[in-house]
Ligand binder design. Sequence first.
Ligand code: ADP
Length: 649
Amino acid sequence: MTGLRSVLIANRGEIACRVIRTARRLGLRTIAVYSEADRRALHVALADEAHAIGPAAAAESYLRIDRILDVAKRSGAESIHPGYGFLSERPDFAEACAAAGIVFVGPPAGAIRAMGLKDAAKALVAEAGVPVVPGYHGARQEPDFLAAEAAAIGYPVLIKAVAGGGGKGMRRVALPEDFAAALEGAQREAQGAFGDPRVLVEKYVLSPRHVEIQVFCDAHGHAVHLFERDCSLQRRHQKVIEEAPAPGMPPEVRAAMGRAAVEAARAVGYVGAGTVEFIADGREGLKPDGFWFMEMNTRLQVEHPVTEAITGLDLVEWQFRVAAGEPLPLAQDDLAIRGHAVEARLYAEDPAAGFLPSTGRLRALDLPAGEGVRVDTGVRAGDTVSPFYDPMIAKLIAHGESRDQALDRLAQALGRTLVAGPKANVAFLKALAEAEEFRAGRFDTGFIDRNLDALTGRAAGLDPDAVRAGVEALVAAVAAPAPGRGSPWDRADGFQLGAGRRQAYPVLIEGEAREVVLAWPEGGGALAVEAGEGRGAAPVVVPTERGVLVVAGGRQVAIEPPDPFDVDLDHAGAGGTVKAPMHGRLVAVFVRPGERVTKGQRLAIVEAMKMEHALAAPADGEVTEVTAEAGAQVAEGARLISIRTEDDA
Ligand code: ADP
């Protein structure tokens, strides 16, 4: 149908699955690649054929241009779709494909390169008449010079990595005295993430809205925009919920932004799908002179489905057509917006614990589609969310006639979503979809941070319904041990059924020792667990090797019988052991053995899944041991630093 007969998808997860779907509909043979960790992944199962390309670490598999091209040649792939992330914005990859005679389903290498460095890209589009944020986008990097530039721009300012992406190497600075420390942090993060410590400094736009324009260009000189997406609901500069169109977008601003985006694309000779990101001053609504170019992403975006929903188009199909040399299927005047669409990124992470990434096997997974709801995922129940890649589980996309209807549908879909195993942000997303201010269209990129406690439910604490359901399931397991193995509650067989009585019962809830009260009614009858007033969400109980996971209202609680051995270990270490909170890379260690530390002092920094976590001393004392060096990969729970506390002495 497009003239292309086959495609290798140089990616994994939901985007690989999504590309395969369209490629198959267009009649292309689909070729998957996979790392050792993905041997049984969904994208491998969906493709017509699949080839191993190396170990789990992306640097040794999904980022290996040589191995991917080798598979492409061996399998006779006529084209390569890079998805997003990984190699999608690497000009050398686009060049290597061309050199091998393979069609790269993406823009020309020159366009990727031109947009790859934020400072150069800004200069380029500014020349084409596109507004850019005031700031210093030059080459000088001395701290004093940059501080002087910041002062000239006027606080607050934003420090950004020149090579940036995904919010990395970015720091907002409100006061001149904080500039030096923020600069150092941004440079370190930029060096770690991109191997390039250079930064730029720009004006921090107040009440910022992130509004981006989807553009499409063909090789025949046609260029259109497919309207905007509003991605202002962000946490740590990462998108959480995206929608199209942008709430409160006046037609003249849409036209102005669309024009500017197309100009930016034309300025670099763009071909294919791209997104031009603007930052808008949202203090008094969107204005024709109140938006500025931030960057252009030269690939398909994670949030492209909301544009597909409101335009009724398949953007991956357009990508294939353009890559095959066809002209754009539609002209600007043929395009129109139908209804409203929202997308939520469902992540394996724990919002109540600072959004720590959460890994492990998906013991239960139910992602219900419904009227107007689309689910894009790369995993099934039983699959493992590994620490090696982005821990996104799925994207839920809801489309409706109005914004309210789309958000209602999203909230309903989230209400029916079940994830057990890794913790997930289901309840957080649902709270966002239902948040009054957001529903009213009053939000900017700071909305989530300002409302964090309410949205994460951190203040709400344990749900008694969940505790009750979990303990009842554990007690039932005692009464009827699974065949062939002892009950997980072997040690806890001290109670007998009898006359009405109550008994305090020890359990571990989320690893913490607690007591619940078991009550047997007088004269027999069902056992009841007294745990307090519930919240009315029907709990789902999922057994594990050690106990149960209870999911209620989109939140998961682990309930296990007490294990004296584990508890002792924890207590022994509690005073003076600093453990890695998750799989990740140890970025910095600030202390050495023999050094005295005080409670709360920063000891080390671990980085995982695009986030830095500072590890603090749990108590006053003396460092006795440092077991890992900066740069090392560390496993979740690994002991990193030992401290002899005053109590130990
Ligand atoms: P990255 O490439 O790392 O994702 P971006 O330049 O796209 O970084 O910016 C990410 C987010 O940071 C934006 O969506 C916006 O929320 C915020 N941001 C970027 N520049 C500014 C600015 N000048 N003022 C205010 N917020 C900004």
